[in-house]
Design a protein around this ligand. Sequence first.
Ligand SMILES: [Zn+2]
Length: 393
Amino acid sequence: MLDLLIKEAKLNGRLTDIGITDGHISCVLENIEEAALSVINAKGRIVVPGFIDCHMHLDKVLLNEESVYVDGTGVEKGALTFERKKMFTVENITERAELIIKRAISAGTLAIRTNVDVDASVGLKGIEALIQLREKYRGIITLQVVAFAQEGVFFDHETQVLLGQAIQMGADMIGGHSTAKGEGEKHIDFILNLAQKYNIEADFHIDESGNRNHYLLPYLAKRMNELGLVGRVNAIHCCTLSSLNQDELEEALSLIETSQLKITVAPTAISTRNLAPVKRLIEKNITVGLGSDNIRDFFNPLGSGDIKQAALLLSYVQRFFSEDEVNQVWSMVTDSGASLLGLPNFKIEKNNVANLTILDAYSPKEVIAYTSPAVVIIRSGKLIQDTLRHFII
Ligand SMILES: [Zn+2]
């Protein structure tokens, strides 16, 4: 007897039945006759394990809800955030982050990597809040917590100590902000040394201005090779790649390939600069993921935590319109994203943990075009959202 049977779900373009027992996928077949305690008929709707959001700042979400949005430079918005961080409490961070986590789960997201600021203004409050939430939602959504040096590491001595403490508390990774306070190469070395010391991966905000004066990717790739950190670093933004000439870009792509640098693109950045050339990265088989980045804070007054919005935005901005291109964007928020986050056994296959999301759509293109709602969500074999029965068409 199966615990749950999904009938007629579209998996990789084919109608499939999926059986679930003891929290795991027990069979994936064209037609399953076995009895089940509960049956859901997807009626041809598309099923995926869930979506992957490779980059957020959950500790700072919804700050704009508490004040009026004022447009300004990135430096001005950073200063506003810095002042606000001094007033953060663990409870306040938890409350705001949890609202977006719940929205993301409800939209079908299965995993989020979030940067969390660590510095003298906020201390370890964000890390404490997000580690608690990571444990609370384990089995429903995977939260990867990155101890993030947003303000740099050399402007006060305390931050350097706090970053080490954050990792000892249980942060999953270390995060660098290479252009902070003009720290550049010195900053990259400091963060990579911590990654090496604690045997964890690193996550870098790098070359995010798109300005040729900010082009640290070659140095990062070089140091990854020298320090034995090949394949152990994710770079967020890399906007300067879009300012290079053809020869320089070829050289950069070759450095990315050699160092196996993974790249996360946050399409909302288009409001202030060009994005990294995603099609060229995919042509070279570089692992590329998408991230929501800031959500309803001083930098971005919009956003929701639904990564499908980022998929739609990237599709427009860089013209991912053909079937193959749509499938590339689809992979960024599913398989490639899972690979970037190092999630094992992501696929809907026998013996894997039963994480299934049925969307109200019949193809990846429809999911992106409609930013389709998730009508059925199953996590670790448990049904946590089911609105399908309310659909009458
Ligand atoms: Zn970011």
